[in-house]
Design a binder for this molecule. Structure first.
Ligand code: GAL
Length: 813
C-alpha cells in the first residue's frame, strides 16, 4: 500500500502558485488555455478539437461541468456519449495538455438554467446560491461526486493526471449584492467545502474579489489588464477572455476582431498576467434543449478560434498561435524577471522584464487613434494604434498584435454531392394531434391557479398546455359585446386556441419577456375551451435569483367585453386550469427512425403549424462538417437519425440596423461592435455531426414545425474553406493552406501596394513586373499548403516611392 502511494507520488505533478504565476513542479509557468465544453460537440470530435488546441499553442483545455446534464433527475446520473466527462479529460491527457475543471456547479455559460437542474428549484424552500441548507447539501453532493469520479481515475495533477486547476462557483461576485450577508457566508462555505475535497490542486473563484484564502480570485471579461487579485500571493489570472460573443434569436452575428483579442492578451501579459484562458476556444453547438436563455441560439459559435464545426477560424486561430509561441519563448523572463516600465505618454508604454540571462519587452499603445513612435535603447519603433509589439530580446520586433501575417479563410457551404441525392428532399408529414387540448381542454392535472412553467414541467419539455373552460349563459352580459382574450404572459413563445381555433401566437420582442397577448375572440353561449400552449426557449441562466425568473403563463388572464364606453372584465386567473406537459409527437417519439407508420406523402402542407415532417437523405461524401440549411422554416426542433440537433428558428430575422461594414478593431470591444448578418435569419444552418450520420445507408431528418414553414428549401451541405487570402508586408513568411485540401488556383496576386479585402483585392499604383500569379501558381497550386517568402528576391522590387511593399493574394481551394 505504502509502495503504491509512493509510486503515485512519483508521478504526481505539484501545482502551486505564488504571487507571480502558477508553478508546476516548482517552475513558474506562462499558461495559455482554451475553453471547450464537451457536450457542445461529440466524443468523435474531441480528439481533433483538442489537437487543434495544442497545435494552436495552448497548454490547457478548460471545461465546465453541467450539473443538469449529468443529474437530470435527482440521484440519477448520466455520463454517456457527449456527457462522458472522464473520456473528455482523458482525451486532454492523451494529447499531453493540462486541464482546468470548472465544476461550479453553477456555470452560466448560456446553458439551460445556468447548469442547474430544475428539480432542484422545485425542492421545498429552495433558494439557489446562498446559505440555504437544501441547496448547499445538493451542491455539495454533486461537487463531491464529480471530484470523486475524477479522483478515481487519477485525473488531478496531484495524482499524476492533467487537471491543474479546479473552480468552485462562478462569477458570484458579480451578483452577490442582493444576497446580503448570506451571500458572504455562502462564499466562505463554498471555499471551505471545496478545500475539504482535497483535490491537491489550487481552486479558483472567478470574479470574486473577496475570495477567501486559499481560493484564487480571477478575472473574466474582454480585457483584464487592470485586474488586481485580492491577495498578493495570487497570480494575475484571466479565466474568461471572451473571444467573441454568443447569439440570441433575433440577434446578429457577433465578431470580435483578431487584432483586438491579440491586443487584450498581449496587454495582459505586458501587465504581469501569466494565465489566460480563451472563452470560448471552441464554442460548438447547443444540441437538444441545452441552450440557455431565454433565446440563446442553437449555434454557440462564439466567433471562437475554432468555429462551431471545428474548422480553424482564420486569421484568429493562427494569429493567436503565433502570439502563444512568442509568449512561451519568453516564459522565463516573464515569470522571473524584474519588471520596469517606461511611460511615453499618450497611452504608450514599454514594459521590460529583465533577468540575468536577458530581457524581454512589450511596447504597448492603448491609443485608439494614433500610432506611437517610440525610441528605445537607440532604436526607433512604430507601434500602431491599439496594439502591442513584443520583442523577446528587447531589440527585434517578433510580433505585433495589429499586424496579421496569418491567412484569412473564407468558409463556404457546398451542396450535398452524395450519389442519388435529389436536389430537393422528398417529404412525408403528419399532424401533431392537439385535439384533446384545443377542443376538450383535457390535461393531466388541474389547479385553480396559474403556475410557473418550471414548476409543472420540471423542464422535461419546452411545452406546457394551460387549459380552461368558460361557460356563458345565453343572455350573458358578455356575449355579443366585442370581446377579447388578454393574457399576461412570460411564455417565451405562446400559441392560443379558443374552441379549437388557433387565434394567434406571440413571442417576446426586443428582450421583453413579459408581454401582453390580446386578441379579439368570439365566445359562444355554453362551454368555451381556452387552450394556451406555452413554450420555453431556454431557461434564464444569469443574474441574482435567476432561478425564480418566471417562465410560462403566470397571468393574470382576462376576458374583456366592451360595449361603447363600458368594459366588463372577467378574471380567469383563479379558474380551474388543466395542465399537460409536452406534446404528443414528442411523447410518442415521432423523431425515432423506427416510427414509420401514419406518415403521409400526399399533399404535404406548407405553412401549417404543429406539423411533423420527415425526409430521408444520404450523408454528404467526404469528411467535411455537415450542416442542414433550414431556410424557409418557422420555429421548431430538428432530429437527425433520432439525435436532437437543437431548436431551430430561421423565421426570426434580425433587424436591418446595427451592422458595421467598416469594422474597426481599434477601441474597446463590446458585444454590439462589428456585428454582421443584419436583416437575415439569426440562424439558418444547423450542425449535424458526422457521428450522427450513417455513412452508407439512409439517414432520416425529422422536423417538428411549430409555427408553420416551408420545408422545400431544406438541404444538406458541407462546410469547408472556399478561398484563402493573405495581405502581408515584405520580409515576412506567409503560409497558405486549404486545410487538408489542395489549392486549386490563384485568383489574385499582386506585390506592390495592392488594397482592398479578401474577395475584393485590387492592384495599387505600383506593382512588380514579375508575374506574381505565375510564381504563386508554381509554388502553391496542387499542394495542400505552401510557405511563401514575401521578399523582393522572390517577387522583384517595384518602386512604391519608398513605402513598404505588400503581397496580396487570394487562392481558391
Ligand atoms: C460569463 C460567464 C460565462 C458566460 C460568459 C458570457 O459571465 O461566466 O459562463 O456566460 O459570461 O458568454
Amino acid at each position: 500500500m505504502l509502495y503504491r502511494s509512493l509510486l503515485a507520488l512519483a508521478y504526481a505533478t505539484i501545482v502551486s502558485h505564488d504571487g507571480r504565476a502558477i508553478t508546476i513542479d516548482g517552475h513558474r509557468r506562462v499558461l495559455l488555455s482554451g475553453s471547450i465544453h464537451y457536450p457542445r460537440s461529440t466524443p468523435e470530435m474531441w480528439p481533433d478539437l483538442i489537437k487543434k488546441g495544442k497545435e494552436g499553442g495552448l497548454d490547457a483545455i478548460e471545461t465546465y461541468v453541467f450539473w443538469n446534464a449529468h443529474e437530470p433527475t435527482r440521484r440519477q446520473y448520466d455520463f454517456s456519449g457527449k456527457l462522458d466527462l472522464i473520456r473528455f479529460l482523458k482525451t486532454i491527457q492523451d494529447e499531453g495538455l493540462y486541464g482546468v475543471l470548472r465544476i461550479g456547479p453553477y456555470a452560466c455559460a448560456e446553458w439551460n438554467y445556468g447548469g442547474f437542474p430544475v428539480w432542484l428549484h422545485n425542492m421545498p424552500g429552495m433558494v439557489f446560491r446562498t446559505t440555504n441548507k437544501s441547496f448547499m447539501d445538493e451542491m455539495q453532493n454533486f461537487t463531491t461526486m464529480i471530484v470523486d469520479m475524477v479522483k478515481k481515475e487519477k485525473l488531478f495533477a496531484s495524482q499524476g493526471g492533467p487537471i491543474i486547476l479546479a473552480q468552485i462557483e462562478n462569477e458570484y461576485g458579480n451578483v452577490m449584492g442582493p444576497y446580503g450577508e448570506s451571500g458572504k457566508a455562502y462564499i466562505k462555505w463554498c471555499a471551505n467545502m471545496a478545500q475539504s475535497l482535497d483535490v491537491g490542486v489550487p481552486w479558483i473563484m472567478c470574479q470574486q474579489n473577496d475570495a477567501p484564502q486559499p481560493m484564487l480570485n480571477t478575472c473574466n471579461g474582454f480585457y483584464c489588464d487592470n485586474f488586481v487579485p485580492n491577495n498578493p500571493n495570487t497570480p494575475k489570472m484571466w479565466t474568461e477572455n471572451w473571444t467573441g460573443w454568443f447569439k440570441q434569436w433575433g440577434g446578429k452575428n457577433p465578431h470580435r476582431t483578431t487584432e483586438d483579442v491579440a491586443f487584450s492578451v498581449a496587454r495582459f501579459f505586458q501587465r504581469g498576467g501569466t494565465f489566460n484562458n480563451y472563452y470560448m476556444y471552441h464554442g460548438g453547438t447547443n444540441f437538444d434543449r441545452t441552450a440557455g436563455g431565454p433565446y440563446i441560439t442553437t449555434s454557440y459559435d462564439y466567433d471562437a478560434p475554432l468555429d462551431e464545426y471545428g474548422n480553424l477560424n482564420q486569421p484568429k486561430y493562427g494569429h493567436l498561435k503565433q502570439l502563444h509561441d512568442v509568449l512561451h519563448s519568453m516564459e522565463r523572463t516573464l515569470t522571473y524577471g524584474n519588471i520596469s516600465t517606461i511611460d511615453f505618454g499618450n497611452s504608450a508604454s514599454a514594459t521590460i522584464y529583465k533577468t540575468e540571462e536577458g530581457s524581454s519587452c512589450f511596447f504597448g499603445n492603448g491609443n485608439e487613434n494614433s500610432d506611437a513612435k517610440i525610441s528605445f535603447q537607440g532604436e526607433s519603433y512604430v507601434v500602431p494604434a491599439w496594439s502591442v509589439t513584443i520583442l523577446p530580446d528587447c531589440k527585434n520586433e517578433a510580433y505585433n498584435t495589429a499586424k496579421i501575417t496569418t491567412q484569412t479563410s473564407m468558409m463556404v457551404k457546398k451542396p450535398n454531392e452524395a450519389e442519388d441525392t435529389p436536389s430537393t428532399l422528398k417529404w412525408s408529414w403528419r399532424p401533431e394531434n392537439v385535439d384533446n387540448f384545443i377542443l376538450k381542454g383535457k390535461g393531466d392535472s388541474t389547479q385553480t391557479q396559474l403556475f410557473d412553467q418550471k414548476v409543472v414541467t420540471n423542464d422535461q419539455s419546452d411545452y406546457l398546455w394551460y387549459m380552461t373552460t368558460v361557460k356563458f349563459k345565453k343572455r350573458d352580459l358578455f356575449l355579443g359585446k366585442s370581446m377579447s382574450l388578454r393574457v399576461n404572459s412570460t411564455a417565451h413563445a405562446l400559441h392560443a386556441f379558443v374552441n379549437g381555433k388557433h387565434i394567434g401566437n406571440q413571442h417576446a420582442e426586443n428582450g421583453k419577456f413579459n408581454y401582453v397577448f390580446e386578441k379579439d375572440v368570439k365566445f359562444k353561449s355554453g362551454r368555451n375551451v381556452i387552450a394556451l400552449l406555452s413554450i420555453t426557449v431556454g431557461l434564464a441562466n444569469y443574474g441574482a435569483f435567476f432561478e425564480s425568473k418566471p417562465a410560462g403563463i403566470t397571468g393574470p388572464i382576462f376576458i374583456t367585453g366592451r360595449n361603447g364606453d363600458e368594459t366588463i372584465v372577467k378574471d380567469l386567473s383563479a379558474h380551474k386550469w388543466s395542465y399537460k406537459t409536452g406534446l404528443n409527437g414528442f411523447e410518442n417519439q415521432f423523431f425515432r427512425t423506427e416510427s414509420m407508420s401514419k406518415w403521409s406523402v400526399e399533399s404535404v402542407p406548407f405553412n401549417r403549424s404543429m406539423t411533423w415532417y420527415k425526409a430521408t437523405f444520404k450523408a454528404p461524401l467526404g469528411n467535411d462538417p455537415v450542416v442542414v440549411d433550414l431556410m424557409g422554416l418557422g420555429k421548431g426542433t430538428a432530429w437527425v437519425n433520432g439525435n436532437n440537433i437543437g431548436r431551430y428558428w430561421p423565421a426570426f430575422i434580425s433587424s436591418e440596423n446595427g451592422c458595421d461594414a467598416k469594422c474597426n478593431y481599434r477601441g474597446a470591444y463590446h458585444a454590439e461592435k462589428c456585428l454582421t448578418n443584419c436583416g437575415e435569419p439569426t440562424q439558418r444552418w444547423y450542425h449535424v455531426p458526422r457521428s450522427f450520420l450513417n455513412g452508407e445507408g439512409d439517414n432520416t431528418l425529422v422536423l417538428f414545425e411549430e409555427m408553420g414553414g416551408n420545408p422545400s428549401l431544406v438541404s444538406f451541405q458541407t462546410t469547408r474553406v472556399g478561398s484563402v487570402c493573405a495581405n502581408v508586408y515584405e520580409n515576412k513568411i506567409i503560409e497558405l493552406s486549404c486545410d487538408r485540401k489542395p489549392i486549386s488556383a490563384i485568383k489574385f496576386a499582386s506585390f506592390g501596394n495592392p488594397y482592398g479585402n479578401c474577395g475584393s483585392f485590387e492592384k495599387g499604383t505600383c506593382e512588380s513586373s514579375n508575374n506574381t500569379v505565375d510564381i504563386l501558381t508554381q509554388e502553391c497550386v496542387g499542394k495542400e499548403k505552401c510557405s511563401i517568402d514575401v521578399s523582393t528576391k522572390k517577387f522583384g522590387a517595384p518602386d512604391c516611392s519608398g513605402a513598404a511593399r505588400k503581397l496580396a493574394v487570394e487562392v481558391i481551394c
